[in-house]
Design a protein around this ligand. Sequence first.
Ligand code: SF4
Length: 451
Amino acid sequence: MTNVLEHPTFKRITDRVGKFNLKGKKLLIPDMAPIGARLFAASFRSFGVDAEVMETCKGLDLGKAFTSGKECYPCQVTLGDVLFHLNREKERLGKDFSPENYVYFLPEADGPCRFGMYNKFQRLVLDRFPQFADVRIAYLSTADAYSTEGILPPEEASLFRKLSYVGMVVVDVLDRITWRVRPYERIPGSTDRLIEEAVRKLEALLSERGRKLPFKEMYEIVEDTAEKAKALIDYRIPRKPKIGIVGEIYLRTHPGSNQNLIRLIERFGGEVVNASLSEWFNFVSYEGLRKLSREIRLAWHLRYHRSLWPFTKRLIAQGLEVGYQTIRQRQVYRRVLDKLDIQPDHSVWRIESHLRKSGLFSFQIGTEAALSIGGAIEYILEGFDGIVNVFPFTCMPSTVCAAILRPILARYRIPYLDVAYDDSIQPNREMAIRTFVYQASQRRFQKAKGA
Ligand code: SF4
C-alpha cells in the first residue's frame, strides 16, 4: 500500500509549504498591520531578503472566487492579495516572470482553529494556476514559538528575531501614540503625518542597518515622535470615553478588513486602544514555556530520564527568550512614557492570573480567546469605558470570547459590542457603533459624577 504522504497532492503541501531559506528570494508579505508589515519587510531586507508588502484588498474578488465561503475572512483576503500580486507581476514581467523566485509568507498557528490550514489550503489554490505552482509558501509557526530558524541561516536567525521583536514593540508604541493624540489633535491629519514620517525613518534605518540591531536609534525615533506628538494635542478638548479593542488579530489590525473601525470610533467621539501585536507574540512565547514545563513533568512522571536534559535545555533557552522580550518591551515603553501618557501594554502573566482567579477561561485551552477575555478584564481594571470584540464572521475563538464576555460586562454595566466582519457592508453597523460610543460616553460621565 502506498504511503498517503507520498501522494502528489500531499507532496505539494510538504514540499512547497514550509521553512525555506529566503536568501535571494522575493518575499511577499501580506499587509496585516500596516506599519508592522512595512517594518517587518524592512527588517528582512537588511538580511538580504528582497521583501515586499503586497497591496491589500485589491484582489478580494479573486479571493472569494477561489474559496467556498466556509473559510475565515482573513483567508479570503490574503488569498486575494497574493493572487492579485502574482498576476500583476506576471503581467509586468511577461516572459521573465519566474515563479520560483517568489516566496509567499503566510504564518500559521497550531491548536484547534483554522489558521493552521490557511497555507495548505492556499497551496492547493496556487496549484490550480500552472504559472504559480512553483511559488513556495514559507511560514513561521506558533508550534515552535515563531522560531526563524530554517528561513534564515542559523547565525542570522537569532539576530532577525531580536530585530523583528523590537520592531514590533516600536509599531505598537507608534500606534498607541496615534490613538492617544489623534482624537485631540489641533490640526486634523497632523498625527498621521508625524507617524508616517517616523515610519519612513524607521524603514530606512532597518533596511540599511537592521542586522546591526540599531535599537538606540530606533528608541530615539520613537521618543522624538512621542515628544512631537504631545505638542499636537489641544488640551482644551476634554478626555473622551476610552474604548478597548480585543479580538482576532488579523481583523483588529487590518483596517481594510475591519472597515476602518478605529477611525470610525474616533469619528463618533471615542479614544481607542487596540490589543497589541506584542501581546500575541508574548503569549506564544509564554505558551512555549508552559508546554516545555509540561513535557518535563511528563518525562519525569513516566521516568523518561533521557528526555529530561534536552527538554530542560530548551526550557532555559525559551526562558531567556521570554526574559529578553520583557526587558526590550519595557525599554521601549519607558522611553515613550517619559514623554507622553500612552496606554501601557498588558502583561501575559497578569492576564493569566486574572483568568485563573476568576475561573472564566484557561490558557490551557489556548487560542486568542484567552487573550481577548483576559485583555477585556484588564481594560475594565484600567478604567476603560467600553469594550469592542472584533472578529471575522464565524471566528471560533472570538465567538467563545463573546459568549463569556457579554454576560459579565452586562453585569458590571460596561458597554460592550461584538462586531463580526466579512466583506459585506451592513447598513446598521455604523448606527450600532455610534450608539455604543454614546453609551460609553454616558458611562464616563456617570463615573466622573461619582455615580
Ligand atoms: S482565529 Fe478565527 S479567523 Fe482566525 S483562523 Fe481561527 S477561526 Fe479563523
